[in-house]
Design a protein around this ligand. Structure first.
Ligand code: 13P
Length: 248
């Protein structure tokens, strides 16, 4: 395994100038402008950012990809080949906000995973339980159900991100024990149900900040982080990436 992977998910934030400024700050810093760091920017800014990042080592990622593969009458959609065309190395798939607000289900997510992989864009499948599901003791079953699409995919050309919904944007981070438990569960599940062996990387996401990144990234089976709010601040993101870089 080649070091930890940290991806900043900007979500629906920034404007052109702010995106360029943030990218410039990340490019100017060796802790962030390196292999193993990526930014998932809003779709409208991807090609602009791709030009800016050209020659750097920071990877570009999309936040979503269409479940439709071929060009055609799919108003509003961005295909995997378009993402590849502008230079995206990764795309998030099935972020909990997409599951919640856009009703994305396993059938759509499987298509997205396949389209991304076929276009050479590594999908990052996001999984995680809600607070109600955890309190009902159903979190492992929920996560297993979300992972189930991976049994339909050959090989291990994807990344998984565990993001407990109750820890996203709430400042409420999962405990290191909870993180270790779920990451071990996901890795075991993959060993038993996919042909991906132990190469599949599992990132943690949910209120990762400069202050807690080191402890989270040092937790067993945590192969990196998916960072929301803190990735919009170059200084915070740098500290998180530096913590990851120190653990290679
Ligand atoms: P926060 O880091 O803002 O909690 O967001 C996490 C997330 O959803 C990343 O995809």
């Amino acid at each position: 395994m080649s070091g930890k992977l940290v991806i900043g998910n900007w979500k629906m934030n920034t404007r052109g100038d702010g995106a360029r400024e943030l990218a410039a700050a990340l490019l100017a810093d060796s802790a962030t402008n390196r292999e193993g760091v990526g930014i998932a920017a809003p779709a409208v800014y991807l090609s602009d950012l791709a030009r800016q990042l050209a020659g750097g080592r920071l990877a570009l990622a999309a936040q979503d990809v269409s479940r439709f593969a071929a060009d055609g009458a799919y108003t509003g959609e961005t295909s995997a080949s378009m993402l590849a065309d502008v230079g995206c190395r990764y795309t998030l798939v099935g972020h909990s906000e997409r599951r919640q607000y856009f009703g994305e289900d396993n059938a759509a997510l499987l298509a997205k995973m396949r389209n991304a992989a076929a276009a050479g864009v590594t999908p990052v499948l996001c999984v995680g339980e809600t607070l109600a599901e955890r309190e009902a003791g159903r979190h492992l079953a929920v996560i297993a159900d979300q992972l189930a699409i991976l049994t339909e995919i050959a090989g291990d050309g994807y990344v998984i991100a565990y993001e407990p919904v109750w820890a996203i944007g709430t400042g409420k981070v999962a405990t290191l024990e909870q993180i270790a438990e779920i990451h071990a569960f996901i890795k075991n599940w993959c060993l038993q149900n996919t042909d991906g062996s132990d190469k599949i990387r599992v990132l943690y996401g949910g209120s990762v900040k400069a202050e807690n990144a080191e402890a989270i990234l040092a937790t067993k089976n945590v192969d990196g982080a998916l960072v929301g709010g803190a990735s919009l601040d170059a200084d915070s993101f740098r500290v998180i990436c530096q913590a990851a870089g120190n653990m290679i």
